[in-house]
Design a protein around this ligand. Structure first.
Ligand code: ATR
Length: 270
């Protein structure tokens, strides 16, 4: 019988997850299907329990449910440390976070090892938590910059139990950017419709640096254009989206999916 997988979130209609997971299932000739389901916060528990007893193979969980899901399903160590999960495995009845590993895979697939490097994370929201955590446990020196400084200070204070993490405001951004090996944007600056927005410009960058933007709408953000102008290496948001999805796929199916097939399927629809 066909096995069903899905992603739950609100809003969810623009999710690219069905495209990439179904491409992987097709490629591997697995009798599975992946759908997007809009689920309101007040129905999160019923939706998860329902999916479990309907025999779902697994669920992704996205905005705004990534924190709340941990009150319903026990988190693995990484999800608990981060305080957010994006993947439910019904076999183990556990929730995992693949955002951090997906970001690390994105860097590794581009030949970048963050251990001992200065990594600058822009933003201190939900996406930043997973990124800061994975960078910290991977041995990077992490600086978190946020418009609302209190939030970067709080995030750094929490994450410093896992590694070397400092929090600051945006006040000295040119100096902080110049002093970093890897710059990761987790803010919504540059995301449609704010397509001209960027916190970092080419004059702050040079060709020794790596700029990684989690934003993928548009794919070619103003930040990535500025980075290329400076000769820096760039990594876009689809690279990350696909790799976090591939990590979820592996949790559910014990099979490493064809990341290249998943990536092509998503880039083709954009
Ligand atoms: P996500 O879950 O995607 O991380 P979020 O939790 O809403 O989303 O976080 C959005 C991040 O983008 C925050 O760090 C936010 O900064 P504030 O904490 O100061 O709000 C950042 N952000 C959004 N718009 C911004 C802007 N115009 N300039 C600077 N930072 C911005």
């Amino acid at each position: 019988m066909k096995k069903v997988f899905g992603v739950i979130g609100d809003p969810i209609s623009h999710s690219l997850s069905p495209v990439m997971h179904n491409a992987a299932f097709d490629h591997l000739e697995m009798d599975c299907a992946y759908h997007a389901f809009q689920v309101k916060g007040e129905h999160l528990r019923e939706a998860i329990v329902g999916a479990r007893y309907l025999g779902f193979g697994g669920l992704n969980v996205t905005i705004p449910h990534k924190e709340e899901v941990l009150k319903i399903v026990e988190g693995g160590k990484m999800a608990s440390d981060i305080g957010a999960a994006n993947t439910i495995d019904f076999r183990r009845m556990k929730a995992f976070n693949t955002d951090g590993p997906g970001a690390l895979d994105s860097l590794q697939d581009n030949g970048i090892d963050v251990s001992g490097k200065d990594v600058l994370v822009l933003g201190a929201g939900g996406a930043a938590r997973a990124i800061v955590y994975i960078m910290a446990i991977s041995g990077a020196r992490v600086t978190v910059l946020n418009r609302t400084e209190d939030k970067s200070l709080a995030l750094a204070s929490h994450m410093s139990m896992f590694g070397n993490v400092t929090g600051k405001g945006l006040g000295e951004i040119p100096t902080d950017v110049s002093a970093s090996d890897v710059i990761i944007n987790t803010t919504s600056v540059g995301m449609y419709p704010d397509v001209d927005g960027t916190l970092v410009t080419s004059d702050m960058l040079d060709s020794s640096q790596v700029v990684f933007d989690l934003v993928y709408k548009p794919l070619e953000t103003r930040l990535l254009k500025e980075a290329r102008m400076a000769g820096a290496k760039t990594i876009d948001g689809i690279t990350m989206l696909v790799r976090q999805g591939a990590r979820s796929f592996e949790i559910w199916n014990d099979v490493r999916p064809p990341v290249d097939v998943m990536e092509r399927s998503v880039r083709d629809v954009l």
